[in-house]
Design a protein around this ligand. Sequence first.
Ligand code: 4H6
Length: 228
Amino acid sequence: MRFDVMTLFPEMIESACSFSILKRAAENGIVNVNTINPRDFTLDKHKKVDDTPYGGGAGMVLMAQPYVDAYESIERCENSITVMLSPQGRPLDDKLVNELAGYEQIVMMCGHYEGFDERIREIIKPLEISIGDFVLTGGELPALCVIDAVSRKIEGTLGKIESADEDSFSNGLIEYPHYTKPREYRGLKVPEVLLNGNHKEIAKFRLEQSIERTRQKRPDLYEKYINS
Ligand code: 4H6
């Protein structure tokens, strides 16, 4: 899987991808994260990437030329998708993450200031994705969410131990409670069922816990689960 991230702040992407599981995945050649800075494609001596909005109003708008030229410089393979991270996009969820994991290359466009000149969308026609109903100063953190969530779906990124199929959301439910040593901490005991080695009972306990927690904390997901 190759991620090509168009950003004015490449260090944000590079530094976040240099830790833990993402770092290991990059070292093993399972994922490849590359950045492209539209500022490198400006044509004026001030390297200007934004300008004031036609029609007036606050803030600055990202200019079409540096973004479109930067985009066209990226070598795109057959099985590639282009994504724009924006508050008006399709909400990111486990289903969309799985869809994205089916591509060989994901090109991502990170916006700043007031956003993009609309002609960037008209020319590139990206899939717009949002990580939630809130506004951020830039698309880099959402792009990192996509990189992280998609990478962990790829064979070889996670070890057996961290396997993704047992996660929250792979079955549409939230996680059951986890415990590790010691058996008792500040008078709080680990549930007996987890200590007796009966794997069938343990699986039953965990599923019941997942269902009950989902009912309490995420009634929207619970309804979907019950009706599926
Ligand atoms: C594109 C267009 C994504 C990108 C506008 C991006 C939240 C999300 C951005 C903007 C983002 C999300 C710039 C508009 C700042 C508001 C970058 N915010 N914005 N929910 N911001 O996924 O002003």
